[in-house]
Write a protein that binds this ligand. Structure first.
Ligand SMILES: CC(C)(COP(=O)(O)OP(=O)(O)OC[C@H]1O[C@@H](n2cnc3c(N)ncnc32)[C@H](O)[C@@H]1OP(=O)(O)O)[C@@H](O)C(=O)NCCC(=O)NCCS
Length: 156
């Protein structure tokens, strides 16, 4: 799927992710992960009325996305990825900030799982206030890597 070109001078905008974005999402997803989500998994998350799914765009080009689900009182960050050529320019941070702007309440809690070997992601989450809180042994099916569980509480 060919995406519109974009230059770094075009403003970054964040809006809700839609079904029409999914072909562009899948291109980034397959480049970002050794065990990428399927199209059906994104469709399922988008169908949940309580979820927050966001797209980051430079001009008309989709350059990143975030999927967050609410279970009971807790927000679970399920997926976040940025186009490889555009990493380290604040796009994932902007997506997370947009999530917090929509979901933060005093004491609101967020959780996620991340591969301990994914130093870029762990470092980003720590900068955003997430703290390690244990591991799920052998959680990732492709290489049996543990998952690091992280939590963030709004306002802390
Ligand atoms: C993790 C990911 C989403 C970060 O996206 P990004 O837009 O590059 O992140 P940002 O530019 O907002 O970076 C925020 C901070 O995270 C940390 N960080 C991001 N990438 C890093 C890297 N490669 N090495 C070390 N720290 C890194 C830094 O502290 C960075 O701040 P700085 O650039 O001012 O030093 C991106 O690397 C990605 O898509 N990875 C593949 C998918 C993935 O692993 N998703 C997370 C699954 S849990």
């Amino acid at each position: 799927m060919t995406q519109p070109a974009a230059t770094e001078t075009e403003p970054l905008t964040i809006r809700r992710l839609s079904l029409a974005d999914l072909p562009q999402v899948m291109v980034i997803e397959r480049r970002a992960f050794t065990a990428p989500w399927s199209l059906a998994m994104f469709g399922l998350e988008l169908s949940k009325p309580s979820g927050i799914c966001l797209a980051a765009l430079r001009g008309r080009r989709l350059v990143g996305y975030l999927v967050c689900s609410r279970y009971d009182t807790v927000w679970h960050v399920m997926n976040i990825a940025v186009e490889p050529e555009r990493r380290r320019s604040g796009i994932a941070t902007a997506l997370m900030a947009a999530l917090f702007a929509r979901a933060d309440r005093p004491g609101q809690r967020y959780t996620l799982e991340v591969r301990p070997s994914n130093l870029a992601a762990v470092s980003m989450y720590e900068r955003l206030g997430f703290r390690p809180a244990g591991r799920r042994p052998g959680y990732y099916h492709d290489n049996r890597e543990d998952a690091l569980i992280m939590w963030r509480t709004a306002g802390e």
